[in-house]
Design a protein around this ligand. Structure first.
Ligand code: BGC
Length: 344
């Protein structure tokens, strides 16, 4: 199903594409920003609950700056000092976060119209041409992102890109999840599990130091289900610096594997996150402040949690971090899955 989703300041008419499966799940995605706008999951009683924060129209997505449901690129997360060297050339990016470049720095991918290319009952593919020098990055890149809702209750996001020159690529989805419902309030009582023995320690500006710090014995340990709020305000350097959880965890193993889980006692809804990427930024909405959202909701600090699958932040400056370099003509192809069920 397709319907209008408002008009951008440039006069572009945005659309909202809705997909349903046979188990009562429903998702809606927009060509404005290739954003995930709605995600309905049946709770333990079978009542549909919208588990992602968002806005009512493209106009609101254009105004917003907290990346609800957003597709982020060319390089998600931070690049220190907004500059990097590739093939003996220095590239200048836009510093938009304490002198560093965050989520592309400027002219954000989530503030552009994407072209809806292939539309089926269960999937939509959005395409974006990102030209050479876009946001300061080298090389033309044709990007496509497919959102698919499966009968296994998965929201599958497939990222595909082919650069024409050597460049950096690190695409992610910045959805804020609240498994008790988008307008419920804080996620502090919801429980999180992570398949990670370590995280990338970061400085006061959230730039990794290069150290893979073991989670053992720290509030960063989610190897057993733990309430998000249990230790979030602990006097632990990483949490004090990040004002809560806002870090990259090193996902154990390689290839497609489970990275994280979250569950709500209120609804019984459980989310499992799978990815083939090495890292996941678990960000607990520490900087949300009276954000006017969809259907009159007002989102505040820690009302949602993001699970941003990614190459590690600032990997371009760290020899021991993989990616996000990609060579001309190589294929960037990665999949992240958010799978749902409800438990009694
Ligand atoms: C970052 C946060 C930032 C947020 C923007 C996250 O990916 O790690 O520090 O505030 O994006 O909404």
């Amino acid at each position: 199903m397709v319907c209008g989703f408002g008009t951008t300041s440039k006069g572009d008419k945005a659309k909202l594409y809705t997909m349903k499966n046979d188990n009562g799940m429903e998702i809606a995605v927009s060509d404005y920003g290739a954003a995930l706008v709605k995600l309905l999951v049946p709770d333990r009683e079978g009542k549909a609950v919208d588990v992602v924060l968002g806005y009512d129209s493209a106009e609101d997505y254009e105004k917003g700056d907290v990346y609800f449901g957003a597709t982020v690129g060319r390089v998600a997360n931070r690049i220190a000092k907004a500059s990097f060297e590739l093939n003996n050339r220095v590239y200048a990016l836009t510093a938009n976060d304490n002198g560093n470049s965050l989520h592309g720095g400027r002219n954000f991918y989530n503030k552009r119209m994407w072209e809806a290319k292939e539309i089926t009952d269960k999937s939509v593919t959005f395409a974006l041409h990102s030209p050479d020098k876009d946001q300061g990055y080298p090389g033309d890149v044709d990007i496509s992102i497919t959102y698919e809702l499966t009968e296994d209750n998965e929201v599958k996001i497939h990222y595909h890109a082919v650069p024409k020159a050597d460049t950096l690529l690190n695409l992610t989805n910045h959805s804020y999840f609240n498994l008790s419902g988008h307008a419920f309030g804080t996620v502090l009582e919801q429980e999180v599990w992570m398949n990670a023995d370590s995280f990338t320690r970061a400085d006061a500006q959230s730039i990794p130091t290069g150290e893979l710090a073991p989670v053992e014995g720290t509030p960063m340990d989610f190897r057993e289900y733990k309430a998000v709020g249990k230790e979030i305000d602990a006097d632990y350097e990483a949490l004090v610096l990040g004002q809560g959880y806002d870090h990259n965890w090193v996902i154990n193993g390689a290839g497609m594997r489970m990275a994280a889980k979250m569950r709500s006692k209120e609804t019984g809804i459980v989310m499992e996150v799978f990815t083939d990427l090495p890292g996941i930024q678990f960000y607990t909405g520490n900087f949300l402040e009276n954000e006017q959202g969809k259907q009159g909701a007002v989102y505040k600090k820690r009302h949602g949690a993001c699970f941003e699958t990614q190459y590690f932040p600032d990997a371009v400056h760290k020899e021991n971090f993989e990616g996000p370099h990609i060579k001309a003509g190589d294929i960037y192809d990665t999949v992240t899955v958010y799978r749902f069920h409800a438990e009694s």
